[in-house]
Design a protein around this ligand. Structure first.
Ligand code: GDP
Ligand code: MG
Length: 700
């Protein structure tokens, strides 16, 4: 067999690699497997002039040489292994004309491996419709390559491509990026340690280890050169991507013009409307409003259902296992209501992610991200921070997880830090009862004061998130320059399957990640509230009996419960912090509620219910009863505890304070450091305290 030429087709998914492959090889192809894995290996023969044959390999789609999947790993292993029988003499990078910027990232990486590289710009038939024009000569010069402008659909440019393959030896192998721009010291020392190796190749081997585990077929022993942690390596990789995009951007600025106003297809017309400087925002605002309306309307029914189900379940446990034993109480009050407190959020979370995934799947979300990026960037956030911030209205936990697709570390960190300011659904029950208590019922131009207050609280939360982001952006040292690349996928009807998977996956994450902590805490709280030191707790009945004589047994047992709580461990904590919260307008009973809320805010209402001894009231009447009791609550001197001043102060405290262990836990996990959750805890609680203090002192 005569020596044949090895050609590898590489490129992002859906750029037309397989189409180019078919155009080059016709029917001379076969499909096999890569050894050991189930990734298709397509190879074929392309006949060139003078009897030369090229062996063409259609590689799996890959976005970059930083592998994150088996498919991508195949490409990297091949390119890093000169001994592989398929190692390419020439690499053809297939890109599509619409996503040149993103495609060129991979191109520059492969070019820097010093492999002769041809750039195919496919789908040239779309250029006119999309209003794109290219200066091919200029691009060839700046990228040190040869370009074939191809349309496999119109069968254009294939012969030119074959010619380029034949003359591949004339293609320059000059690299695109100077690696010392990434980290001069590190790359120089790397080169010194392996003087015979290409430094970019070394870098890929090292980072590949960090990304995807050991490379299986490498001839290099880089284990002695592990001077950077995986975390640092990831940072440098990001820096590499940024430097590459800088390079690509300057070239495309000259070599590519996109005149969207000349574009004639439906997609471009829709784009023009959806990312319009005015209409874009108007449309987005309307979409957002409808989503919220729908979430609250649709989620109420299942939420009420869950609420009553768990209430009667707890009741059932108590009645079925009578005797008031400790285990029965623990199950009924600690565990069942703890689980109820988790399950109740499922409808809202499911609906929220239903909408988010429909927006994402349809392609609209990338337009929103693009649109909002202009605004968000001013506050140290990215357009991609928007979705997490919106998700935060359901629960901060999935929201923090949703920041993972923000590439820039600083923007991601800031987003994570400010997410808990957005009003999550756990604050809602607290808001509702306090609003009902202190905000009058009247209306102004048809809008109720109470509803307006609720809306104001949402806005305040969002405003504080933006403001803190702005401040954090100034304070935080890490200076990262960003290049914003959003893909603008085509519009399409969302796939039901994808939507359902997203919803289930997000809901499950919430139930398990947050759920177990909420459950654990509610059990701990139950213990703290059910036990106390000393005589007063243990002989509560006797004390209550001694103080007041004439009552029904029901009233008596309520009072005993309240008395016990007052002298339980948690009651002692509430009293201990009273001097601290007195300036905010709260007494020790509210203090207990605050301490309990640190576990999860929604337990505030339940805790108050016990403190104000409405334990035996019927479930349905609960809110009213607590409300009445709270409204009548006075200090020793007869002044009311819950006034407009203390109510507003309490609302502000809940709006800003970091009172959620589960969020802290997830922030720790996502930032891999305790530093950030602790900063969040202290910073947010300080802001909450100061705002509540000012509000109370000013209004009282
Ligand atoms: P691969 O994922 O990179 O292998 O890409 P494919 O070859 O499977 O092509 C992806 C999509 O792009 C298919 O729907 C093709 O029909 C389409 N496509 C490929 N080449 C062209 C082209 O030259 N013009 C247009 N308009 N579409 C193309
Ligand atoms: Mg393919």
């Amino acid at each position: 067999m005569s020596k044949q030429l090895n050609v590898a087709l590489i490129g992002n998914p859906n750029t037309g690699k397989t189409s180019v492959f078919n155009a080059l090889t016709g029917l001379n192809q076969k499909v096999g497997n890569y050894p050991g894995i189930t990734v298709d290996k397509k190879q074929g023969i392309c006949k060139l002039s003078r009897g030369v044959k090229a062996h063409v390999l259609d590689l799996p789609g890959t976005y970059s040489l930083n592998a994150s999947s088996l498919d991508e790993n195949v490409v990297i292993e091949l390119l890093l292994n000169k001994n592989d029988k398929d190692y390419p003499d020439v690499a053809i990078i297939v890109s599509d004309v619409e996503n040149l910027k993103r495609n060129l990232l991979l191109f520059t990486q492969i070019k820097d491996l010093k492999i002769p590289t041809i750039l195919v710009i496919n789908m040239s038939d779309l250029m006119r419709r999309k209003g794109i024009s290219l200066d091919i000569e200029l691009l060839e010069a700046k990228l040190h390559t040869k370009i074939a402008l191809v349309s496999t659909r119109k069968n254009r440019g294939i012969d030119e491509l074959k010619q380029l393959i034949e003359t591949y030896k004339t293609i320059s192998t000059e690299p695109c990026l100077d690696t010392t721009l990434i980290d001069a010291d590190y790359f120089q020392s790397l080169q010194k340690a392996f003087p015979n190796q290409d430094v970019y190749k070394l870098w890929l081997v090292i980072t590949q280890d960090a990304n995807f585990g050991k490379i299986t077929r490498q001839e290099l022993d880089i284990s002695k050169f592990k001077t950077k942690s995986n975390h640092e390596l990831k940072r440098l990789q990001q820096k590499e991507a940024i430097k590459r995009y800088q390079f690509i951007n300057t070239i495309l600025k000259e070599g590519q013009t996109i005149d969207r106003s000349k574009a004639t297809d439906l997609r471009s017309k829709l784009d023009r409307l959806l990312i319009h400087k005015v209409w874009g925002y108007v449309i987005f605002f309307i979409v957002l409003l409808s989503i919220f309306q729908a979430i609250y309307d649709w989620a109420t029914v299942p939420m009420d259902l869950i609420d009553t189900t768990f209430a009667s379940l707890a009741e059932w446990v108590k009645n079925t296992f009578p005797g008031g034993g400790m285990v029965t109480d623990l199950v009924a009050e600690g565990i069942v209501s703890g689980i109820g407190g988790i399950v109740i959020f499922i409808p809202q979370i499911a609906f929220l992610f239903l909408f988010i995934s429909v927006l994402e799947e349809s392609g609209y979300m990338s337009r929103v991200v693009f649109l909002m990026d202009r605004v968000m960037r001013r506050f140290g956030l990215s357009g991609k921070s928007l979705v997490p911030l919106i998700s935060g209205t359901a629960c901060a936990i999935p929201a923090v997880m949703a920041t993972r697709n923000i590439e820039n570390w600083k923007e991601r960190l800031i987003t994570i830090l400010v997410i808990p300011f957005t009003t999550c659904s756990a604050r809602l029950p607290v808001y509702l009862i306090i609003i009902a208590l202190v905000i009058p019922e009247g209306t102004i131009i048809g809008l109720s004061y109470q509803a307006l207050t609720l809306m104001a609280l949402y806005l305040i939360g969002f405003g504080m998130a933006i403001l803190s982001a702005y401040i954090l952006d100034r304070i935080l040292k890490t200076k990262h320059k960003t290049f914003f690349v959003v893909e603008m996928p085509n519009y399409k009807l969302p796939l039901l399957k994808n939507v359902i998977i997203t919803v289930i996956e997000k809901t499950r994450t919430f139930v398990f990640e947050a759920g177990k902590i909420i459950l654990a805490i509610s059990v701990i709280l139950w213990v703290l509230a059910s036990y106390g030191p000393g005589d007063k707790f243990n002989n509560a009945e006797a004390y209550v009996k001694a103080t007041s004589a004439s009552q029904t047994t029901y009233e008596r047992s309520d009072q005993v419960a309240a008395y016990k709580l007052e002298h339980s461990y948690i009651g002692l904590v509430g009293k201990a912090i009273e001097p601290l919260i007195r300036p905010l307008g709260y007494d020790w009973k509210v203090g207990i509620g605050l301490v309990a809320s640190f576990a999860a805010r929604e337990v505030f209402v339940g805790t108050l219910a016990t403190i104000y001894s409405v334990g035996s009231a019927n479930e349905g009447e609960n809110i009213d009863t607590i409300k009445t009791k709270m409204a009548n609550e006075t200090y020793a001197d007869g002044t009311k505890v819950f006034t407009l001043a203390s109510g507003i102060s309490l609302l502000l405290f809940y709006a800003f304070a970091m009172q959620c262990m589960s969020t802290l836990a997830i922030v720790k996990r996502e930032t891999k450091s305790w530093k950030w959750p602790i900063l969040q805890l202290i910073g947010m609680t300080a802001i909450a305290y100061i705002c509540a203090l000012i509000a109370f002192q000013f209004l009282k």
